[in-house]
Write a protein that binds this ligand. Sequence first.
Ligand SMILES: Cc1cc2nc3c(=O)[nH]c(=O)nc-3n(C[C@H](O)[C@H](O)[C@H](O)COP(=O)(O)OP(=O)(O)OC[C@H]3O[C@@H](n4cnc5c(N)ncnc54)[C@H](O)[C@@H]3O)c2cc1C
Length: 371
Amino acid sequence: MSKNYDIAIIGGGNAGLSLAKSLAQSDIARKIILIEPIPAIAKQANWCSWHDDESLKKNSNSIKGVWDTWNIIDQDNVIEHRSHNYKYACIDAAKYLGELENCIIDQNVEVLRENTQSISIKNNKKVIICESRTIIATHVYDSRPPEIKENSLKQHFYGIEIELKPGVKNHETVTLMDFRVDQKSGLHFIYALPFDESRIFVESTVISENLNQKSWYKGMILKWLENQNLTCKTIISEESGVISQALQDNHHTGIHQIGSNGGATRLSSGYAFHNISKQIKLLSENIKANNYNVPDVMSNYLINMDLIFNRVLINNPSLSVDLFIKMAKSLSGEQFSEFMLNKANFNIWCKVIMRMPKTPFLKESIKIFLD
Ligand SMILES: Cc1cc2nc3c(=O)[nH]c(=O)nc-3n(C[C@H](O)[C@H](O)[C@H](O)COP(=O)(O)OP(=O)(O)OC[C@H]3O[C@@H](n4cnc5c(N)ncnc54)[C@H](O)[C@@H]3O)c2cc1C
């Protein structure tokens, strides 16, 4: 059995559900279907980023923690940042997606709880084969996670949310990157979100080409906790992921790509939340004006700078911790958050570039230019 739709959205993560909600609430009636096998409630994750007051208010129902300060640490430095305009906040992904899901169900968007198996194009229509049904659609937005290529740079991580025995002394500050850990299998840091005196989320993150066993990250987390004189009482939940830091292929098949699959992940940091919001807002405006193309959310300049940064990281492992420390030292908290939110102005870029080692950056820039 097949059925016709104006728009089919594949994948109901942040990008897919946000697009479905935006279209369902717009005044143009369109027949929309969202294809997603897993309900929002099963998608437990901590999504963090810098938020201004407006964004904190908008996301208040799903915010799990908000912090004024964050730090970046290595053997010789503790760099503490604080921003007046932006706070670091953690969004409970399952709650956030659950709200979007309830909203689209209320607006009568059809949700198909199945895996998409294949997509093809016949007579200008897109044919989506799912497990039990075939969907025919005029426009398709595909948000399935992008392919993680074998020998490419990736950010891979495993984290646990735990209840502690003695308690966290300072729960006002997020540990954004603590590099005082094993650096043998790539650039490695511990990331810690102290929700209160007795509850903390700790993640071991590595930027490298090869993944590690789960037990490796867990061992690193337990060792870090021990070094902080913290003892785990209970593991409340765990999360893991792999984010590609390589440039995504544009498929050029007439199937639109959105979200991380549509290039919304910042290549040097793995942050995607605000880029996805921006992409979906602009795309919805386009669709209302009968333009179905996905707008770019990052400039070519930013993409190229991130690619150069990543190449320097991968080809100069002995410099990598120092690159992050130098970058953090060169900026105030305000400027650092703007840099992470892709809002860096000329002055901020100059400050960062001036602190970077010139030879490896020049070498990688020339290589990218020649590629
Ligand atoms: C564990 C984790 C933590 C992250 N933390 C942060 C963070 O703190 N801050 C930040 O900015 N970014 C973070 N990211 C990066 C990014 O924000 C998220 O990956 C974000 O969810 C991307 O949204 P998306 O809609 O593009 O893709 P996804 O959320 O990955 O959605 C894709 C959807 O496609 C569905 N799907 C897969 N295969 C099929 C199929 N065959 N048919 C139909 N549907 C399918 C999946 O079930 C999924 O729901 C994190 C990523 C991960 C994995």
